[in-house]
Design a protein around this ligand. Structure first.
Ligand SMILES: [Cu+2]
Length: 157
């Protein structure tokens, strides 16, 4: 075996070792909300229709990870307005999903109100960080919907 071939054979594992060491050295802990070690996500369904929230009461627990799947199953535009919920949770993301099931937009921040056209779905992923042991309201703020009884409650314990 000539010396050039030997060098090539020896250098391959060295390159691999060097790359592995590099990856290990540059890996930093991620601190973004998306990468928090959350454990299992609990899916909660909330449907909006004329003129009600289904179910009309939701319960969450502090520190658990939730995906609140909100669907407008009605024939007109509806809204979930829950400003107290918005400030009592750490929102990881709000995804708007089209009729084909594809995410069309994701945003971060506190969604005090979310409007949905008929057939639309929103996934609101959050972790409750503030207890709300007394029932707080969530309402539909479309004109006259609240007067028609479109009102629900939630607690965080
Ligand atoms: Cu409504």
């Amino acid at each position: 075996m000539n010396i050039k071939k030997l060098m090539v054979i020896l250098s391959v594992p060295l390159v691999l070792i060097a790359q592995t060491a590099c990856i290990g050295a540059t890996e930093k802990p991620k601190l973004e909300a998306d990468s928090l070690p959350l454990g299992e996500t609990i899916e909660v369904n909330l449907d909006l229709a004329e003129y009600k929230f289904i179910p009309n009461h939701l319960e969450f627990e502090l520190g658990k990870s939730y995906n609140l799947k909100i669907r407008n199953i009605g024939k007109v535009r509806h809204e979930i307005g829950a400003p107290v919920l918005a400030v009592s949770v750490l929102t990881l993301g709000v995804e708007v999903i089209n009729k084909d099931g594809n995410t069309i937009v994701t945003f971060r921040g506190k969604p005090a109100g979310i409007e949905l056209m008929p057939g639309q779905t929103v996934h609101w992923r959050f972790i409750p960080i503030k207890a709300q042991p007394k029932a707080k309201q969530m309402t539909c703020d479309e004109p006259k919907h609240l007067q028609h009884g479109m009102l629900g409650t939630f607690i965080i314990r």
